[in-house]
Design a protein around this ligand. Structure first.
Ligand code: HEM
Length: 390
């Protein structure tokens, strides 16, 4: 019988062989010690995403003790709600994420990418995370929310502390919890300022009298700001760096990008499928759920293994091959249904623009494999350091 522990070192390094065994052994895996069930097959993960009545988000989506449960210290706003509360909150903020709104952000995202990358031309070697991929997503979220440039580095430091884990750590560390408080204090002040003096940013728009009939309270707004940082920062950083890493490791696909046979968007899509930054999401069972000869008991936790679903051969032939020209439409990297990632178009745009501008400057880049460091976290998969020679 296979043992699956999401905190274990080998999961951070390479979870895919373990997922493959989980998928082949049984539809449901049970870990008594950590008290969760896990679903590894594409069909089961997809069905659970769609079944919000039985697979609830109300206790959060992370297995970390301080992020899970009715008294979670690290809250994630409407991501940790079920309908109808979720429907109202998502409705109020989603107008800022329409495809048109996101398309309009392209020139600004490109300008940020150009500014960050131009500084690196001629540098010879540098860390992709520290100099580029770790910066751009937070720049974009900060612009959306109207965070002044002078405050962005500090906010980024706190956001990094929130997700950072030392090996063997099974929860958000003290420094992470303190950083979370600082983020909340920071946005409490920013919201008060925008109330007095609105600007052209998303935060001010959400405070506008136009939405007075059903306005977000300060507490709800605060939760939303925090959700944007938790959901949209680290994930997109990892996407950009994972894309650069896998292209360098796969010469056949590099040739496709070089010859124009594959687009930057295809590069983004296949990276999301092949090695997604979000590997697993928790659901709480609102009812008993019979599945594959077992019963997932009401009140228990089900881990939806997105990273595994994306490698399921039943849906993706030659699933362990990184192939930019494959059809990725059924990947589950942004979830599915009610909680489908609100920032999916934004993340895709940030990814494609970043890779486009990168390729214009550094088509001959190579990853320095000896210096690569992976993040150890149950929530995000990717690199803490990705040194390259350009
Ligand atoms: C590669 C980048 C990203 C990945 C892989 C990703 C992944 C996900 C996934 C899997 C969910 C669904 C969670 C669930 O079902 O429990 C989600 C939700 C969400 N994401 Fe993303 N995300 C990314 C980028 C972003 C960005 C850039 C933003 C915004 C700035 C964002 C904002 C959100 C929000 C607000 C939700 C909650 C939606 C809801 O509960 O209705 N995400 N994301």
């Amino acid at each position: 019988m296979i043992e699956f522990n999401p905190y274990a070192y080998e999961i951070h390094e390479d979870p895919y062989p373990i997922y493959a065994r989980l998928r082949s052994e049984a539809p449901v895996y049970r870990n008594e010690e950590l008290d969760f069930w896990a679903l590894a097959r594409h069909a089961d993960v997809l069905a659970a995403f769609k079944d919000v009545k039985r697979f609830s988000n109300r206790f959060g989506v992370s297995i970390d003790p301080s992020s899970y449960g009715p008294h979670a210290r690290i809250g994630t706003s409407f991501l940790a709600m079920d309908p109808p509360e979720h429907t109202r909150m998502r409705g109020l903020v989603s107008r800022s994420f329409t495809p048109r709104r996101v398309r309009e952000m392209e020139p600004r995202i490109r300008a940020i990418a150009v500014q960050r990358l131009d500084r690196l031309v001629g540098a010879g070697s540098f860390d992709v995370i520290g100099e580029f991929a770790g910066k751009l997503p937070m720049d974009v979220i900060s612009e959306m929310l109207g965070v002044p440039e002078a405050d962005r580095d500090e906010l980024r430091t706190w956001a990094d502390l929130l997700v950072h884990r030392e090996e063997g750590m099974m929860d958000v560390p003290r420094e992470g919890a303190a950083a979370f408080r600082k983020i909340l204090d920071y946005f409490t002040e920013l919201i008060a300022e925008r109330r007095k003096k609105p600007g052209g940013d998303l935060l001010s728009a959400l405070l506008e009298p136009a939405c007075a009939e059903d306005r977000l309270t300060d507490k709800e707004l605060l939760g939303f700001c925090n959700l944007m940082i938790v959901a949209g920062n680290e994930t997109t950083t990892k996407l950009i760096a994972n894309a650069l890493y896998w292209l360098d490791r796969t010469p056949t696909q590099r040739a496709r990008i070089a010859s124009g046979q594959a687009t930057k968007s295809q590069w983004v899509e296949e990276t999301l499928r092949f090695d997604n930054s979000t590997q697993m999401l928790v659901r709480t069972l609102a009812e008993d759920v019979p599945l594959g000869g077992t019963t997932l008991e009401k009140g228990g936790r089900a881990l939806l293994l997105v990273g595994s679903a994306n490698r399921d051969e039943r849906v993706f032939p030659r699933a362990d091959e990184y192939d930019l020209t494959r059809d990725c439409t059924r990947m589950l990297s942004f979830g599915q249904g009610t909680h489908f990632c609100l920032g999916a178009s934004l993340a895709r745009l940030e990814g494609a623009v970043s890779l486009d501008e990168w390729w214009k400057r550094f088509p001959d880049y190579h990853v320095d494999l000896d210096g690569v460091v992976r993040v150890h976290s149950v929530n995000v998969r990717g690199f803490a350091k990705l040194p390259v020679r350009v």
